[in-house]
Write a protein that binds this ligand. Structure first.
Ligand code: NDP
Length: 403
């Protein structure tokens, strides 16, 4: 057996070389993805009793690796050191597709040779809160795979728990299969995971960042459920992308300037903010074609948009948020919240059933995974830079062993 295989070479099924190639973040190399991510040779992980080792064919591009490379808000390399990796090497990546290469002795649901999609959330199935019935994504043991844990998808071998691996639909090629799980699963949970605020036929849904990874999934899921998706974008190319996916209309956010933190209610600038929100609301009504507010606001930009999201939401509706690309200080004029009895709901990745649902939709051709660009592993930093710069559309993929 060779000590390490090159990308494009394949060891015999089940043969595990001691070393592998991986895109890693290491201490002292924090910064934008282009600088922080580099391919290095590292030790291949060892499979534990309930784990699965996957020969990764392709992986996804998520913000998790942007945050990891930045060292903010969490220094993942310090976490890796605490876990016993003396160099603090972080092997990230929260989406992958590949072939099962080894299984732990207690694994029963998957076998060596299975083609699988690996989904990006981990928890301890024996945790007390899960045993008492908690949704695993709310468990105190929940971890974002490839961010809060190492040995994610951006390597020749990835280490996952058994429940993370799902059969890869034969209709999806490797790059498609590896690129959409986190985006689609997260969007699905936001739109269908919080009853009674699940998208119903006729519901207007405001989708921020409609041309991005999450947004591209959210438009389609809303449309397929009979809802009316109105997407927000920042340029005509992104508008066209959203309309092709089924958005009824788009709003270009570059036409407005009231974004960012809410001015103090006693400040004269507050009036300017209110006028900005009203102008946005008029644009929303024009886009929808009726004077009705969104029943669900699909949030993830955070600081820049949250004040508007709350002010625009229909009475009794929900603002559902899974991230804060533009900053963590999400201001709310509380009067909107209580007078209109709006629900603000945090949402984080997806549970096993939700992940499986989007994989099946994609497998049946009912959800376009929206892979718009594909990069080799050597360009993992460049791929994440596209995400960081907000210049990409839909989901991006990285081919690992499937070169
Ligand atoms: P993308 O970059 O693919 O898409 C985000 C889109 O948001 C951009 O395309 C941009 O579109 C829009 N956007 C960016 N900045 C702003 C802003 N200041 N105001 C309004 N819109 C803005 O990213 P993803 O869809 O992959 O992820 C989005 C966020 O969701 C990230 O913060 C990520 O960390 C988080 N996330 C959280 C998950 C969870 O489970 N908690 C899972 C997945 C993602 P445009 O310029 O056209 O408006």
């Amino acid at each position: 057996m060779k000590r390490r295989y090159d990308l494009g070479e394949q060891p015999p099924l089940g043969t595990i070389p001691p070393r592998m190639l991986a895109a890693v973040v290491r201490p002292g190399r924090f910064g934008p993805p282009r600088e922080s991510l580099a391919v290095e040779e590292v030790d291949t992980p060892t499979v534990g009793p309930e784990q699965v080792l996957v020969w990764v064919m392709a992986a996804g591009v998520n913000y998790n690796m942007v945050w990891a490379g930045r060292g903010q808000p969490v220094d993942v390399t310090a976490a890796r050191r605490r876990e016993g990796n003396p160099e603090g090497l972080h092997i990230g990546g929260s989406d992958a597709a590949g072939i099962v290469w080894a299984v732990g002795e207690r694994v029963t649901g998957t076998r060596v040779g299975d083609e699988v999609i690996v989904t990006g959330a981990q928890w301890d199935e024996r945790a007390t809160d899960i045993r008492l019935g908690a949704d695993p994504t709310t468990s105190r043991t929940m971890r974002a795979w490839g961010y809060e844990t190492s040995f994610g998808g951006l390597a020749q071998f990835a280490l996952a728990d058994e429940y993370q691996v799902h059969p890869k639909p034969a209709t999806l090629g490797w790059a498609d299969a590896g690129c959409f799980g986190v985006s689609a699963g997260t969007a699905y949970r936001q739109l269908f995971g919080w009853p009674p605020h699940q998208v119903r036929p006729g519901d207007p849904v405001l989708i921020w960042g409609g041309a991005g990874g999450l947004g591209s999934m959210a438009i389609q899921l809303t449309h397929r459920a009979g809802g009316t998706a109105i997407a927000v974008v920042s340029d005509p190319r992104r508008a066209e992308h959203c309309l092709k996916l089924g958005a009824r209309a788009v709003i270009d956010r570059s036409r407005f300037s009231h974004w960012g933190r809410l001015p103090d209610t006693g400040d004269p600038a507050f009036r300017g903010w209110q006028l900005g929100v009203r102008a946005f609301q008029r644009a929303w009504w024009a886009a929808l074609g009726e004077r009705r507010d969104p029943r669900i606001v699909f949030e993830h930009p955070g600081q820049g948009t949250l004040p508007t999201s709350v002010a625009c939401c229909e009475p009794g509706g929900m603002v559902v948020l899974c991230g804060a690309t533009s900053g963590y200080n999400g201001d709310v004029d509380l009067r909107y919240l209580w007078m209109r009895q709006i629900r603000m709901q945090g949402s984080h990745v997806a549970n096993t059933r939700q992940f499986r649902s989007v994989i099946e939709l994609a497998g049946r051709g009912l959800l376009d995974v929206c892979r718009t660009q594909t990069f080799p592993l050597a360009e993992a930093g460049e791929a994440h830079q596209v995400l960081h710069d907000g210049t990409g559309l839909g989901n991006l993929a990285i081919t690992v062993n499937a070169i």
